[in-house]
Design a protein around this ligand. Structure first.
Ligand code: GDP
Ligand code: IMO
Ligand code: MG
Length: 422
């Protein structure tokens, strides 16, 4: 009976979705606490293969209530498409609710996301997913965003939209984009009200009751700390906090109610988008990791940048989040590599750094590696720790040491059951 936060320990795409899908079999509640449909959480189970963008990865368990939490930003069109796809695959979705405090992504947010990216010159593109995430969170913190619950009150919504449209049309004009009218936004919102109105609720009473009753609750993070707004590689980051602290704020759960923080890390590293990535391999080995690991974006299809595990970044993730355990994913991807490397420090001129510096400095560092022997054996059918090759066990123990928290799960393939529980 625990409240467990599941967070990305790297630059995103660590395999959070597959771990949440597994853990949710026992959970009463699964809450997505930040981000929006920029997420691509791949789940493979008896219903098929899914890339979930907004729906929590606990949706496959009919007994689990799923919440799109207060800290998220929601594109109701993509949510509706996602729900339709799940229902077509036979998944029950009636227990999916959206917190009324979540913010609405409107069509112009996506347009502005694209326009702002195009306006970034040189190496300054963030490489966003163009889902409107940044502009929507900017409106939220600027205090002119629209909350999902405001859809339910047309008169109130109209006044709020009038305020917003005044500002947004100035911005749209700046980028030579078509202005929006309050009427067209009201019509869009009326359609959404009709289709999802019944799912928009104050989720806090449900959450509070579940916490007080000691139910199993999972908080599902999006992305990873290295692309988090405060502690990531700013400005090459998303606009919310994908950390255990962010989970409390975004879900509405007090810090002291969190029992476990599970950090998810691949046994190597990937990153999508701009910014520093010290262990990146722009050579054959990087290409091999990409091919064997199938490292292409679940949301955008972009090839992911690949490299060796960054133990410095992993230790940083452990501190920021306060991991109580870790899950190491994609072990099988390394099965055919003769020699592996783990970054254990950054060289900056004559200096050796053992911590993650700020972006400006991280751009200049060179990784310091430890070499590890590979295991050259197929691990995909292994289900017990004791059956793993010795070299794989030793490699994983080093990962655990660098993360500063005990290894709880090792995944050896993308399917739900391809998991070793320690
Ligand atoms: P998330 O965003 O953190 O949920 O991760 P993604 O779904 O974006 O990326 C993880 C990718 O790795 C997906 O394609 C998964 O199907 C796949 N995957 C997850 N765990 C494993 C594993 O243990 N082995 C292999 N080969 N693939 C895995
Ligand atoms: P999951 O949840 C990997 C990256 C983008 C870009 C930066 C900001 O599947 O791990 P945004 O659209 O959020 O404004 O983009 O963050 N990014 C992701 N990278 N996985 C994701 O989600 C991502 N969501 C955003 O590439 O660099
Ligand atoms: Mg992903």
């Amino acid at each position: 009976m625990t409240v467990t936060t599941v967070v990305g320990a790297q630059w995103g795409d660590e395999g959070k979705g597959r771990i949440v899908d597994y853990l949710a079999q026992e959970a009463e509640l699964v809450i997505r606490f930040q981000g929006g449909d920029n997420a691509g959480h791949t789940v493979i189970n008896e219903y098929g293969k899914f890339a979930l963008h907004l729906v929590p990865s606990g949706i496959f368990n009919a007994g689990t209530r799923c919440i799109v939490g207060a800290g998220t930003v929601v594109n109701l069109d993509t949510l509706l498409t996602e729900l339709a796809d799940l229902e077509a695959a036979g998944v029950e979705t009636s227990q999916l609710f959206i917190d009324e405090r979540a913010h609405l992504i409107l069509p112009f947010h996506r347009q502005l996301d694209g326009a702002e990216e195009r306006a970034r010159t040189g190496d300054w593109a963030v490489g966003t997913t163009k889902r409107g995430i940044g502009p929507t969170y900017a409106d939220k913190s600027g205090r002119h965003g629209i909350r999902v619950g405001e859809l339910l009150d047309p008169a109130w919504l109209k006044e709020r939209l009038e305020q917003l449209v005044l500002r947004k049309n100035r911005e749209l004009a700046h980028f030579d984009l078509r202005p929006v009218s309050v009427d067209e936004l009201l019509a869009l919102c009326a359609g959404w009200r009709e289709q999802v109105g019944g799912r928009i609720v104050d989720t806090l009473p449900l959450i509070r009751e579940a916490v007080k009753a000691g139910r199993d609750i999972l908080l599902e993070g999006q992305l990873g700390v290295m692309r988090g707004l405060d502690w990531g590689i700013y400005p090459f980051v998303t606009s919310s906090s994908p950390t255990a602290g962010g989970a409390c704020v975004g879900a509405g759960i007090p810090p002291r109610a969190i029992d476990e923080v599970l950090g998810i890390t691949k046994v190597y590293a990937t990153s999508v988008g701009g910014g520093p990535f010290p262990t990146e391999l722009e050579d054959e080995t990087g290409e091999r990791l990409r091919q064997v690991g199938g490292e292409y974006g679940a949301t955008t299809g972009r090839p992911r940048r690949c490299g060796w595990l960054d133990g410095v970044a992993l230790g940083y993730a452990g501190w920021i989040n306060g991991f109580t355990g870790i899950a190491a994913t994609k072990l099988d991807v390394l099965d055919s590599f003769e020699e592996l490397r783990i970054c254990v420090g950054y060289r900056l001129g004559q200096e050796v750094l053992r911590h993650v510096p700020t972006t400006r400095v991280q751009e200049q560092v060179e990784p310091i590696y430890e070499a590890w022997p590979g295991w050259l054996a197929d691990t995909t059918d292994i289900r017990r720790w004791a059956d793993l090759p010795g070299n794989a066990q030793r490699y994983l123990r080093r990962v655990e040491e660098l993360a500063g928290a005990p290894l709880r799960y090792v995944s050896v393939g993308p399917e739900r059951e391809q998991l070793i529980v320690l």
